[in-house]
Design a protein around this ligand. Structure first.
Ligand code: GLU
Length: 403
């Protein structure tokens, strides 16, 4: 065996069964291509292009100089940040949340991993509306559970109904994953639809894991609602996941949170105390400044995304073979590209959305995530969280290749 190589059998079956995050893999590939001198426009990673607000950066710089923060702090999070998260939820949702119901995590991704580790015993099932974000099935499987995809289509705006849930309910169903606004589709559930889904979960004693990371980004008539706020009976069986990454353009700072019943959060804090101890104190104080002082920056970003969304939808209308309903949230478009498949593009026969994404990267130097990564072949995901001029140049390249 060459040095530096491990015996493959050394890796557990659980970990050997997962592959690299498709979104992050593509982001890595884009960075490699750029480092090699290629001019790549990326619609791939869902990451705001704005700098982190200055008021946040300054708070972090001050935090670096505070010796109290150079050492371990409580595993569940700095008390002032737990309190700020609880009071932000209280203010917005009119729901009393105690700081003890908030666990600060290393990015929202860690909140996702904790949520499933907390809830699942081996073989427990989680209903996962599909298309789904790439990491959900893997996080469920890593926690010993079984993801049960529930297919949806454009016809329902990629939303599930209680009938869909009924068809997939078994005695092993432990939780429902609920994501609105959605990554990758951008769809947002209406309040009445949430009422029906929430009541279904409450009636069947199913937990809900709510990914609320795009809560600030809704457009047109759509508005964000939280499932356990719409259906309060769910509060004793709901975990809400969120963080500062998207709303405050702080993807690299890695601060998220999990909010749930007090006893569940206590168990989560025990888990975290063994997994990673406390989250970086500097990042936690940066997150605190974001919540307390960066509200205006969020609104500026939202306005920019709203403008780019309209521009992108106009471009999409002109791409032959693409069909793109207007999603009302997040910062993604998820067109069907089926009409562009089955023909030669740039001299290459393209049969699948994965092949289309590969050709777009090779020949037009634009990166998009193929629907296969989200359990939805025949689509590709475009993030429009990129600068206006890059967006225009990227779409011009797409139109030149496909037009
Ligand atoms: N959530 C973002 C996305 O879907 C960031 C990348 C990731 O963590 O998957 O692109």
């Amino acid at each position: 065996m060459p040095s530096g190589e491990a015996d493959h059998q050394a890796i557990s079956r659980r970990v050997a069964a997962i592959s690299e995050s498709a979104t992050l893999a593509l982001d890595r590939r884009v960075k490699e291509l750029r480092a090699a001198g290629n001019d790549v426009i990326s619609f791939a990673a869902g990451e705001p292009d704005f700098d982190t607000p200055q008021v946040v950066v300054e708070a972090a710089a001050r935090a670096c100089r505070d010796p109290r923060l150079h050492h371990y702090t409580p595993a569940a999070g700095l008390p002032e940040l737990r309190e700020a998260v609880a009071s932000e939820i209280g203010r917005r949702d009119g729901l009393e949340v105690l700081p003890e119901q908030v666990l600060i995590t290393n990015g929202t991704k860690q909140a996702v991993a904790h949520a499933f580790t907390l809830l699942l015993d081996p073989g427990d099932e989680v209903l996962v509306p599909s298309p789904y974000w790439v990491s959900f099935p893997e996080a469920i499987a890593l926690a010993g559970g079984r993801p049960v995809p529930i297919p949806t289509t454009e016809a329902t705006g990629f939303r599930v109904t209680p009938d869909d849930l009924d068809r997939h309910l078994t005695p092993r169903t432990k939780a429902l994953l609920f994501v609105s606004p959605s990554n990758p589709t951008g769809s947002v559930y209406r309040r009445e639809q949430m009422l029906a889904i929430g009541r279904w979960a409450a009636d069947h004693g199913v937990w809900v894991v709510c990914d609320e990371i795009y809560d600030h980004f809704t457009y047109d008539r759509a508005e964000f609602n939280s499932l356990p706020v719409v259906v309060p009976e769910l509060q004793s069986r709901a975990l809400r996941l969120n963080g500062v990454a998207k709303a405050y353009s702080m993807t690299g700072w890695r601060v998220g949170w999990l909010v749930g019943p007090r006893s569940t959060v206590e168990a989560a804090a025990n888990l975290q105390s063994h997994v990673c101890g406390n989250i970086s104190n500097i990042s936690q104080l940066a997150a605190l400044a974001a919540l307390e002082k960066a509200g205006p920056a969020v609104e500026e970003m939202r306005a920019a995304f709203a403008r780019r969304r309209m521009a992108m939808l106009e471009y999409m209308d002109r791409v032959p073979g693409f069909e793109c309903p207007a999603p009302e949230g997040a910062f993604y478009l998820f067109p069907s590209v089926r009409g562009a498949l089955g023909r030669a593009i740039g001299g290459q026969k393209v049969e699948t959305s994965a092949e289309l994404a590969a050709v777009l990267l090779e020949q037009a130097r634009i990166a998009v995530v193929p629907g296969e990564a989200f359990g939805a072949p025949g689509h590709v995901r475009f993030s429009y969280a990129l600068a206006d001029q890059d967006l225009a140049e990227g779409m011009a390249r797409l139109l030149r290749l496909l037009g």
